[in-house]
Design a protein. Sequence first.
Length: 63
Amino acid sequence: MNSGINILESFPDVLDVKDIKQIMNIGQRQAYELCNSGQFHVARAGTRIKVAKSVFLNWLEGN
């Protein structure tokens, strides 16, 4: 599990869909669907979707 944590530390503090796709090992469509699901807070800047890494990791850990 420690190696997974080290990999997550290499991602920026603010994730985009591409980062979530890599972290979850899912396709682009699934990553967009996840971001649009309302399960965690996302910030939108025009057409861009941004997610605080801390928010995403809390969701991923079930918090």
